[in-house]
Ligand binder design. Structure first.
Ligand SMILES: Nc1ncnc2c1ncn2[C@@H]1O[C@H](COP(=O)(O)OP(=O)(O)OP(=O)(O)O)[C@@H](O)[C@H]1O
Ligand SMILES: Nc1nc2c(c(=O)[nH]1)N[C@H]1C(S)=C(S)[C@@H](COP(=O)(O)O)O[C@H]1N2
Length: 324
């Protein structure tokens, strides 16, 4: 069996040697980092710099960290100026992997000679954990599709003003109250409130999907055209796949009551076994938009491997094809 993300790490190491050959030793860390970004991009990799991540403990966010470089959203890179990779470098990277959803990292040292170490932290319930490896460390994370656990539903409010206390968040509670009326099987909400900052929205979505295994994540706010509205961008960035029909349908239904509904750029998509749906910020939009797409939600969650949700008679009737 090949190494986890082995092709990506092999490609990164080729680029690392090229960069070392060109720059040699003697530069500060940041120079090597910038050169790696350019060389990785030239080699066709997607490189994210200074990735803001939430550090979680027992399912709660307890701090934030910053990863130097993440390649193809799979491999975390730590570039150091040192003679060789040291135990502390490995320990630091392992800490980042444990605190985030990434499983593979590389420490690269730029000294007289290049040195490298591959660090792996496997999770039982991760997106890429198709099979066990000798590096598997069993964490207590279990997906919410586990039959004995209630489904977890993430409610994420994105609002500068609610975060800073200008007004009280009414839309997050509105989502929770609609879902309380509609979902009949056991479930529990997890609520998060963040300002209109793309890295914070992405971190919250990743935490809800990857660490808390939400079957469904409903966001509210930040979908409009003003400069600080970036919820759709954050959602697109974390999703494996987009489901354009959801946004189209929500706008089509909303525009019958409010002409400005076309201003919402709301999207939906999947990340692993989580369905993510954006709703506009206005409390009045919540039930209208969720109602517009609800019939397709349970079957979508079935298809992506989430728990089988049951709905109350009050909910818009779910539709599952007869073959399902
Ligand atoms: N979470 C919320 N709770 C209560 N009311 C809200 C919320 N979000 C939006 N609204 C209401 O909808 C109006 C229009 O929202 P707007 O589109 O400007 O908000 P946003 O961009 O989603 O959030 P913000 O501007 O706070 O970052 C607001 O003036 C407010 O009255
Ligand atoms: N159903 C519904 N959709 C709606 C609205 C609404 O009141 N009801 N407001 C619209 C308006 S005025 C805006 S600016 C956009 C974006 O809102 P957001 O930035 O709060 O997400 O959602 C639109 N969609």
């Amino acid at each position: 069996m090949g190494l986890l993300h082995g092709e990506v790490t092999a490609g990164i190491l080729r680029v690392f040697r090229e960069v070392h050959d060109e720059l040699r030793h003697g530069h500060p860390e940041v120079i090597y980092q910038r050169a790696m970004v350019i060389a990785l991009a030239d080699a066709g990799f997607a490189v994210a710099r200074e990735v803001d991540v939430a550090v979680t403990f027992r399912g709660r966010v307890i701090g934030r960290g910053r990863l130097d470089l993440v390649v193809n959203d799979l491999v975390v890179l730590e570039c150091k100026v040192a003679r060789a990779v040291e135990l502390e470098h490995v320990g630091q990277l392992l800490g980042y992997l444990k605190a985030t959803n990434y499983e593979v990292g590389l420490v690269l040292t730029f000294g007289r000679r290049p040195d490298q170490k591959r660090v792996v932290f496997r999770r039982l319930a991760s997106r890429s954990a198709a099979s066990a490896s000798p590096h598997t460390f069993a964490t207590k994370l279990l997906p919410s599709s586990h039959p004995s656990l209630p489904a977890v539903v993430g409610v994420l409010t994105i609002s500068d003003r609610a975060t800073s206390g200008v007004y009280e968040d009414k839309s997050g509670p509105a989502i929770q109250s609609v879902l309380t009326r509609w979902i009949a099987s056991p479930w529990e909400p997890v609520y998060r409130l963040v300002p209109d900052e793309q890295p914070l929205i992405e971190a919250a979505l990743r935490e809800l999907a990857d660490d808390l295994h939400c079957a469904l994540i409903v966001t509210t706010g930040g979908t409009g055209p003003s400069p600080r509205d970036v919820t759709p961008e954050a959602t697109v960035a974390v999703c494996d796949r987009l489901l354009p029909g959801f946004g189209e349908q929500m706008r089509a239904v909303s525009v019958k009551t409010v002409p400005t509904a076309i201003l919402s750029r709301q999207v939906a998509g999947t990340r692993g076994s989580s369905l993510i749906i954006n709703l506009p910020g206005k409390p009045a939009a919540i039930e209208e938009c969720l109602g517009a797409v609800w019939a397709a939600v349970p079957y979508c969650i079935d298809l992506i491997g989430g728990p089988r949700l049951l709905f109350s008679a009050e909910a818009p009737a779910p539709f599952r094809p007869t073959s399902a």
